[in-house]
Design a protein around this ligand. Structure first.
Ligand code: GLN
Length: 531
């Protein structure tokens, strides 16, 4: 097994995840099977309870794991399907060690960070790598070198390097090279972060320098000298207009050749150029017809909280050869105002994404009503689906006070917990997470969109359409066109006599790929193009 470990220096948010996903893609293009692992040095067991304001969206895997959004980059870039074992947190490691201690597995020993915690980390990395059957295991260590939290992980990979064959281990360090006002690149932060790494016994093989503009040779030479790496191993990674270009940019900088030589890998297959072709299609589509989609959300100001949705829209636009601009609208701004025309002027489609909590809910419902009445293409996802059902219950079925029991006391809980979920205390205990089958009704928009009657999509929600209200809501042009296997849970709602009104209880955005857009997103953008 070959290992590539990616660390980060200077500051967070430099795009380590995208760098690692890109290296994975580059190796995949040469015929290698890749397995990525993300290490998050926080004490949370998983990202399920984390505020998207701080960490961006919670990404959901097929097996229901709620993980860091970097796993979304890995899935999209490397075209792999990951599971919960691909995201290791401090919480997971420590609970395993403590559990083992209680069971008496360390009998007589003092349980310590070294070796017990580090052994647990190494064992998990190795087990995921071996089980996957891949050729190369890529490990991203979250956080920044120097953080107390990441120390045990850095120590674990340091030990691993010594235990593995010399040609099987490669360290990539991602840093920042800032430019001064006089446009002079500064290498000192990089030098310091590499120094911090070396104090921990780690010497990077490759340094990826994030920068505004490509670095000149003399700057690379300076970094190489101070940081003890070869000049050709100093890679400049200037800001890319499109993240999907990053594998190509890194490739041009020679990262592939250097990595392969260091790890003694030979090219296994003829190089796969599909990625480059996809990037070219994206470039061309950015010159295509321009449309604007309003995304009505709660964290609208922080685009990372809707990362997969943003990507799925781009995937659809690439395939359809058009340029979709996203207009971020804060849901609360749509409450208590006289008409919404000014908000949606020049917008060809309205999207209401997933969410939790009551803030902004009435604004989202207003947006859905507006889309329905003005016949503007509408896509609702998860919470957006539930609110579309509430809107229909209130304004079509005449249940004025219809609401979700998640949000308030209501005489008409059209969105509610199913009986079997009631009274369960543990947060997350009643969440429906990950892949579930959805059965699609014949002769519906859903059937036209998916082209089949059974699909599998990822879920992350707790509340459901209340079965007691289905008949009443369905009566006037509102159709539940997808359900779970039992027919009890509603999965899709659509509307007759509307150019495109489609909402799903599941999250199609998590399965969208750059060269294979999610069908509902594609159909939505197509409908917007017709406007
Ligand atoms: N809050 C809703 C529920 O729990 C929707 C969740 C979501 O949009 N992910 O059912």
């Amino acid at each position: 097994m070959k290992y590539i470990v990616v660390t980060g220096g200077v500051m967070s948010g430099l795009g380590k995840g995208i760098t690692m996903a890109s290296i994975g893609r580059i190796l995949k293009n040469r015929g290698y099977n890749i397995v990525p692992i993300k290490i998050d040095p926080y004490i949370n067991i998983d990202a399920g309870t984390m505020n998207p304001f701080q960490h961006g969206e919670v990404y959901v895997l097929g097996d229901g794991a709620e993980v860091d959004l970097d796993l979304g980059h890995y899935e999209r870039f490397m075209d792999v399907e990951l599971g919960r074992e691909h995201n290791i947190t401090t919480g997971i490691i420590y609970s395993a060690v403590i559990e083992r201690e209680r069971k008496g597995d360390y009998l007589g020993q003092t349980v310590q960070i070294i070796p017990h915690v580090t052994n647990e980390i190494k064992a998990r990395i190795r087990s995921v790598a071996e089980k996957s059957g891949a050729d190369v295991c890529l490990v991203e260590i979250g956080g920044t070198v120097g953080d107390i939290e990441s120390m045990p992980f850095l120590e674990a990979v340091r030990q691993m390097q010594g235990e593995e064959d010399e040609n099987d281990f490669l360290f990539v360090h991602v840093t920042l090279v800032p430019f001064t006002l006089l446009r002079e690149p500064k290498t000192k932060p990089t030098q310091h972060s590499v120094k911090a790494l070396r104090e921990l016994g780690l010497q990077p093989d490759i340094i990826v320098c994030r920068c505004e503009r490509a670095l000149k040779e003399d700057v690379k030479a300076k970094i190489a000298m101070f940081c003890n790496v070869k000049k050709e191993a100093v890679i400049s990674a200037p800001d890319a207009g499109d993240i999907y270009e990053v594998p190509l940019l890194l490739e041009q900088e020679g990262i592939a050749g250097y990595t392969m030589r260091k790890l003694q890998l030979t090219q296994l297959t003829e190089e796969d150029h599909e990625w480059a072709q996809m990037v070219e299609r994206r470039r061309r589509s950015s010159e295509g017809k321009k449309i604007s989609v309003a995304l009505v959300g709660k964290y609208a100001e922080l685009e990372d909280s809707y990362l997969s949705i943003k990507e799925a829209i781009k995937h659809a636009a690439t395939e359809l050869g058009c340029n979709v601009e996203t207009k971020w609208i804060e849901a609360e701004d749509l409450e208590g105002v006289d008409g919404l025309d000014s908000f949606f002027e020049g917008v060809q489609g309205i999207l209401v994404p997933g969410g939790f909590g009551v803030r902004g809910v009435e604004g989202k419902i207003n947006a859905i009503e507006y889309a329905r009445e003005h016949k503007i293409p509408f896509l609702g996802l998860c919470f957006g689906f539930q609110l579309a059902v509430i809107e229909a219950a209130r304004n079509i079925a005449g249940l004025k006070d219809a609401h979700s029991s998640e949000l308030c006391e209501t005489p008409h809980p059209v969105i509610d917990l199913l009986e079997e979920q009631q009274g369960v205390e543990e947060k997350g205990g009643t969440m429906r997470l990950g892949d579930y089958e959805v059965f699609i009704r014949k002769d519906t928009l859903a059937e036209r969109i998916f082209g089949k009657n059974k699909i599998v999509e990822r879920h992350r929600h707790r509340y459901e359409v209340n079965p007691a209200y289905i008949e009443r809501i369905e009566s006037e042009g509102v159709i539940f066109s997808g359900t779970d296997r039992s027919g009890v849970r509603m999965e899709i709602v659509e509307m007759e006599e509307h150019p495109f009104f489609f909402a799903t209880q599941f999250h199609p955005e998590f399965k969208s790929r750059p060269d294979n857009p999610s069908p509902p997103f594609k159909a939505f953008v197509e409908a917007c193009l017709r406007e």
